[in-house]
Design a binder for this molecule. Structure first.
Ligand code: COA
Length: 335
C-alpha cells in the first residue's frame, strides 16, 4: 500500500548522537583484570569506551534524539513512530520507546523496542523504512541505545574490555527521488547461535533468583573465539552479497559502515568486499562495542566531520547475538 501507488524510498534526513562523558581507558582495565593495553588494542582495536553513571538507555536515546532534532526545524510532536533498538531496555515493560516518547515530548508518536543485539540498528532501520514506504508514516525515528555497562561482568576479562554505552539516532522520511535512500537489505537470524552469546537469566526461561545471580547469569556470556569466526564469515559474506546483488563494484561504494565489535572483523569484511581501510567508517577505538548504537554513531560522526556527501553509496553491515546479521545498501541524501 504505497501512497497513490507512487514509488517512494525511505531516506535518512537527520542524525544525532549521545556519548557519556566518563571514559574508561585500557589502563583502567589493567587495574581491574589481568590484561594489558597492548593485548586489547592488538586483539580488538579498542582504546577507550564511555560509561553512563546516572541514567539508562531511555535517557541516552532521548539525548540522541534531542541532538538530532536540534539540527532540524522538526518539532517532537511531528514524529510518527519511535523504534528503539536495544538489548538493555530500562525494564522489561513498558517498552523503552514509551519512556523515550515521554522524555522527548513526542505526543503524537507510537513506538516499540526491537531486540536484535548488534544487528538491532539494521533490523530497526529496515522496519522503519518499510513503515515509510507503506505510505502510512512520514517521520520515523530509529534509535540504537545500549547501556552495555549494565550487563557487563567487570570480573570477566574476556568480555568486559569490549563494551561501552552510547545512543545514536536517525530520522527516516519519504523521498520520491529514487536516487536516494534505502535501496536494499539482506537480513538474517539463526537461533543456533544462542549457546555462545547470550544473557541467560531475567527472562521467562530463568526468572531472577538468588541462584541466577550467584551464577552470574544476568551478565553477557560470550565464547569469543566461536563468535569471532561466525562474525567474520557472516558479516563479510552478507556485505559481499549485497554488493553483488546490486551490481556494485568496490569503486561504487563510498563507505562500508560496519558494526564496531572488533577491528579484525571489520578488516576481514572490507577485504572480502575489496574495499580499502580509508573507505571504512571506524570509531571502535573511542567507544568500543556499543551494540545497537555503533552504526548510527559512525554515520553521525562521519557526516558531521564532512566525510559523507550527498550521493554517496553506503553499505551498512552487522553481526550479533542470536545469531543475527545483515547488510543494508543506501544512498546518502543529506547535503
Ligand atoms: N587480556 C589478556 N588476555 C586475554 C583477554 C584480555 N582482556 N581476554 C582473553 N584473553 C586471553 C584468553 O584467555 C586466551 O588465553 P589462552 O590462550 O591462555 O586461553 C588468549 O587471550 C587468546 O584468546 P582468544 O579467544 O584466542 O582471543 P581472540 O583472538 O579470539 O580475541 C575476542 C578475543 C573476544 C577479542 C574476540 O574473540 C572477539 O572479538 N570475539 C567476537 C566479539 C564479537 O564480535 N561479538 C559479536 C557482537 S557482540
Amino acid at each position: 500500500m504505497q501512497a497513490e501507488n507512487k514509488k517512494i524510498n525511505a531516506t535518512i534526513t537527520a542524525v544525532g548522537m549521545y556519548v557519556p562523558d566518563k571514559i574508561l581507558d585500557n589502563k583502567y582495565f589493567e587495574s581491574i583484570v589481568d590484561t594489558t593495553d597492548e593485548w586489547i588494542v592488538s586483539r580488538t582495536g579498542i582504546k577507550e569506551r564511555r560509561i553512563i553513571e546516572n541514567g539508562a538507555s531511555s535517557d541516552m536515546a532521548a539525548f540522541a534524539i534531542k541532538d538530532l532534532l536540534s539540527t532540524t526545524n522538526i518539532k517532537p510532536e511531528e514524529i510518527d513512530v519511535i523504534i528503539v533498538a536495544t538489548v538493555t531496555p530500562d525494564m522489561f515493560f513498558p517498552a523503552t520507546a514509551c519512556l523515550v516518547q515521554e522524555k522527548i515530548g513526542a505526543k503524537n508518536a507510537w513506538g516499540f523496542d526491537l531486540s536484535a543485539a548488534c544487528s538491532g540498528f539494521l533490523f530497526a532501520l529496515q522496519t522503519g523504512a518499510a513503515l515509510i514506504q507503506s505510505g502510512a508514516y512520514k517521520k520515523v525515528i530509529v534509535v540504537g541505545s545500549d547501556k552495555m555497562s549494565s550487563i557487563t561482568d567487570y570480573t570477566d576479562r574476556n568480555n568486559c574490555i569490549l563494551f561501552g554505552d552510547a545512543a545514536s539516532a536517525v530520522l527516516l522520511e519519504p523521498t520520491s527521488d529514487l536516487r536516494y535512500g534505502i535501496k536494499d537489505s539482506l537480513l538474517f537470524c539463526d537461533g543456533s547461535g544462542k549457546d555462545v552469546l547470550h544473557m541467560k537469566a531475567g527472562g521467562s526461561l530463568y526468572p531472577a533468583t538468588k541462584e541466577t545471580v550467584e551464577k552470574r547469569w544476568h551478565y553477557i556470556y560470550q565464547e569469543g573465539k566461536t563468535v569471532f569466526k561466525a562474525a567474520v564469515k557472516g558479516m563479510a559474506d552478507v556485505s559481499y552479497e549485497i554488493m553483488k546483488k546490486n551490481g556494485l563494484k568496490p569503486e561504487d561504494v563510498a563507505y562500508l559502515v560496519p558494526h564496531q565489535a572488533n577491528l579484525r572483523i571489520i578488516d576481514a569484511t572490507a577485504e572480502r568486499m575489496g574495499i580499502s581501510r580509508d573507505k571504512v567508517m571506524i570509531n571502535i577505538d573511542k567507544y568500543g562495542n556499543t551494540t545497537a548504537a555503533t552504526i548510527p554513531l559512525c554515520l553521525t560522526e562521519y557526516y558531521r566531520n564532512g566525510k559523507v556527501k550527498k550521493g554517496d553509496n553506503l553499505i551498512l553491515a552487522a553481526f550479533g547475538a542470536g545469531y543475527t546479521w545483515g547488510s543494508i545498501y543506501l544512498t546518502w541524501s543529506i547535503d
